[in-house]
Write a protein that binds this ligand. Sequence first.
Ligand SMILES: C[S@@+](CC[C@H](N)C(=O)[O-])C[C@H]1O[C@@H](n2cnc3c(N)ncnc32)[C@H](O)[C@@H]1O
Length: 309
Amino acid sequence: MFSHTSVLIDEVESVLSTISEPQYIIDATLGLAWHTAMMLTHVGESGRVLWFDRDADNLRDARVNLEEKWLSKKFIPIHASFDTMEDVLREQWIKEVDFILYDLGVSSAHYDDWVRGFSVRFDGPLDMRFDRMTWQTAEDLVMTLSERELIQIFMRYADEKKSLFIARAIVDVRKTQKIDTTFKLLEIIEKSSFDKKSWIRVFQALRIAVNDEFGHIERSIAQAMRCLKVGGKIAVITFHSLEDRLVKNIFSEYTQDVIDDFTGQTRIPAAFRKYTKKPIEPTALEVDNNPRSRSAKMRVLEKIHSIQN
Ligand SMILES: C[S@@+](CC[C@H](N)C(=O)[O-])C[C@H]1O[C@@H](n2cnc3c(N)ncnc32)[C@H](O)[C@@H]1O
């Protein structure tokens, strides 16, 4: 068993319980399969949970946490980004699904593995790829992007106020040496920003850039909205404010009626409604047991009409 437990699992289950006899569920971010283990108990005999993960190791390791649920065979594993969702459903002859969960970001397996380069806790290669079959690593970005491009990444993906100093220091250091490990990068950040919180922010920004995380989220949620059955629900768990803002903005496009400028009447009714007014957050007890859940927010929409153009 892996030590980590999933975030907001009871809350996800209570949303899922509002859907009677779900046939198809998508776990867009399998990770270590904690959410999936719960979701497998909700699909009927002929139902399936489709798993997506960009990381082949997580798809392999999910088996450990699933224990005997693995034998049920009620799942379809897909080693691909969740932005291939519509193609995958077409290949599987699945027309619509009942529930889709995204639990965004990094799994604890990523953070705990020094080789992956996600954590500031270990010295390791400056990698940060979710999918190690892709070619671009964090080292590639740090060694090749211009000062201006580095600043943009640190600002856009982490709101890092010391972006200018950090980017300048990176460009300076790389003239004489390779920045190819996490600790080499940390040293540069420390000396140029004098703020330990910049470590986490710069790592977050590089990770988002390496994996084009926001691009994948935007493309995938647009597909998820089309794939959902009327009456189905989509839930997205985010872990930082920029990610949450992105999801909030995407969701608001789907929850507003299109109004006719001329008559002021509703021309196209919103296809979705909010399941709760405010995002769902972990209880104090969950935060105590799992401090990583501290910044989690879950937004849920219910599909009430099919999407009209
Ligand atoms: C926070 S973890 C999910 C944890 C999981 N819910 C559990 O219960 O263990 C996020 C996972 O999403 C995966 N991931 C990130 N971006 C992805 C994408 N675009 N497509 C598919 N999986 C992705 C990561 O590899 C990681 O394993």
